[in-house]
Ligand binder design. Structure first.
Ligand code: BG6
Length: 477
């Protein structure tokens, strides 16, 4: 038993689009995520309704103000420091830095905003882990170019990445190029600002967009290393493996096939080339990806330094899926696993699935791993003093921490760190709800945008503080 290294990066994670708000402040302009209202019409854009690309009076847009981190960053960072965070994962808002996405010059006010944050984090010895694009595409790039379906996006993204890599040299060392890159396949508007046109081959569009993202990510990785050899760049997968529902060989093969949908991206980013199973599939399904002659070399030249992923749940599949009851789990609908309990949102809880994911990825890539999202989305009910006794969250996190400790201590997986999702309550990406809370810090805000936005420590706040202080040795509550 070796335990976790003394440099293990404990912390929490947020994303600009779900926390900052200030949607039109400081020179920022709108992005894809700002256009998603709460309620059933949230899905309209994804279904191709272009009219939803304007704000409308009858809708509530949660990203517009979110939890107002734009004005409260310092207060939140102070609380993170009090918990003893070694790392804080956050994202930059692309449209805060390049408001239209195709601007030649960046918005200085936006750059300055993040510089102040990084300097504040440094004061507390908190290492920033920065996602360059987290479900974030400037609206202008969607309207004018069709977003990632267009090859021009590579240049816009690279210009943006190069700008921030230069500007924050010495302040930021850990970078993620694109959040949950495989979400592009499951939620193309959120993952890539893609709106489908009538009768087009959607798989073709998605994989063409994926190719552009992969080339852009590789170029950013290369530039990051050139700007500062100290930079550590990671890819980011919406993780969680697929179990075969039965031991029928067809079910097992279905599980491998579904795992590969996600691994496809990481195979390219970590190994530097398209895997054969994907090339064969494209051939079979007549998916033709337009590539430039230099793309192969670009991908090969810049594999990532580490592999990061989010983990909330495992998934269960069968070659005969229609025979079984389905559940939802972070955009992926899968079969309900009878061996697992579910969260209030139907996400199945499987701590051992995290150890499984870590082992599978370490075997496959032999690169350091980083768990950059994990947590329980739950309804919290404050008592009359405003205190939230979230023992259920502690329980969830404890079991997942035990699972990754086993992966490190027993299986020998190399793990850089662990950042829990939504360390301060924020807007849920899938539903736009505030009531789906993940945080150690309660934010007084409801699903309709009412509340003081005041921050209060939950029971899990002190618990996580102790976990960090003992480097994961004391998980008791
Ligand atoms: C991941 C995303 O998909 O899961 C986050 O990277 C998201 O942005 C998180 O918030 C949890 O999903 P949700 O829908 O509960 O917010």
């Amino acid at each position: 038993m070796t335990g976790l290294s003394k440099d293990f990066l404990w912390g929490g994670a947020t994303a600009a689009n779900q926390a900052e708000g200030g949607a039109l402040e400081g020179g920022r302009k709108l992005a894809n995520i700002d256009m998603l209202p709460t309620g059933p019409d949230r899905k309209k854009i994804a279904a191709g309704d272009m009219e939803m690309l304007e704000w409308k009076e009858d809708y509530y847009y949660p990203a517009k103000e979110a939890i107002d981190m734009y004005h409260r960053y310092m207060e939140d960072i102070k609380l993170f420091a009090e918990m003893g965070f070694k790392v804080y994962r956050m994202s930059l808002s692309w449209s805060r830095i390049f408001p239209d996405g195709d601007n030649a010059e960046p918005n200085e006010e936006g750059l300055q905003f993040y510089e102040t944050i990084f300097k504040e984090l440094k004061k507390y010895d908190i290492e920033p882990l920065v996602t360059i694009a987290h479900f974030d595409v400037p609206l202008n790039l969607i309207k004018k170019y069709g977003s990632w379906r267009n090859r021009k996006m590579i240049d816009f993204y690279v210009h943006y990445a190069e700008t921030v890599l230069n500007r924050y040299k010495g302040l930021v060392k850990y970078w993620l190029t694109i959040n949950e890159i495989n979400i592009l396949l499951h939620s193309p508007f959120v993952g890539g600002g893609i709106i489908f046109q009538e009768n087009e081959n959607r798989e073709q569009v998605k994989y063409q967009a994926a190719h552009h993202q992969l080339v852009a990510s590789a170029l950013a990785t290369k530039i990051a290393h050139e700007i500062d050899p100290e930079n550590q760049v990671g890819c980011m997968l919406a993780g969680g493996n697929h179990y075969p529902y039965t031991c029928r060989p067809e079910d097992y093969f279905e599980a491998i096939t579904r795992d590969r949908e996600g691994y496809f991206f990481i195979d390219v980013q970590a190994r530097g080339k398209y895997p054969n199973y994907a090339l064969k599939r494209f051939e079979r399904e007549e998916i033709v990806i337009e590539m430039e002659p230099e793309d192969k070399d670009i991908l090969a030249a810049a594999p990532v330094d580490f592999v990061s992923f989010s983990y909330y749940s495992s998934r269960t599949v069968s070659a005969y899926a229609e025979d079984y009851e389905q559940t939802t789990g972070n955009i992926f609908a899968t079969i309900k696993n009878p061996n697992l309990k579910s969260s209030e949102w139907g996400w199945q809880i499987d701590p051992l699935g995290l150890r499984n994911a870590l082992n599978q990825m370490y075997d496959r890539y032999q690169k350091p791993l980083f768990i950059v999202e994990n947590g329980l989305g739950a309804v919290d009910v404050p008592d009359e003093n405003g205190y939230v006794d979230d023992e259920y969250r502690i329980d969830y996190l404890r079991q997942h921490i035990e699972a990754f400790k086993d992966a490190v201590e027993i299986d020998g997986v190399e793990l850089l760190g662990y950042t829990t999702w939504g360390c301060v309550d924020l807007v849920a990406a899938s539903t736009g709800q505030m009531s789906k809370r993940y945080g150690f810090i309660y934010v007084d805000r409801d699903d309709e945008g009412k509340g003081t936005l005041n921050r209060t420590k939950k029971k899990s706040f002190d618990w996580y503080k102790k976990v960090i202080a003992t480097n994961g040795e004391d998980l008791s509550s």
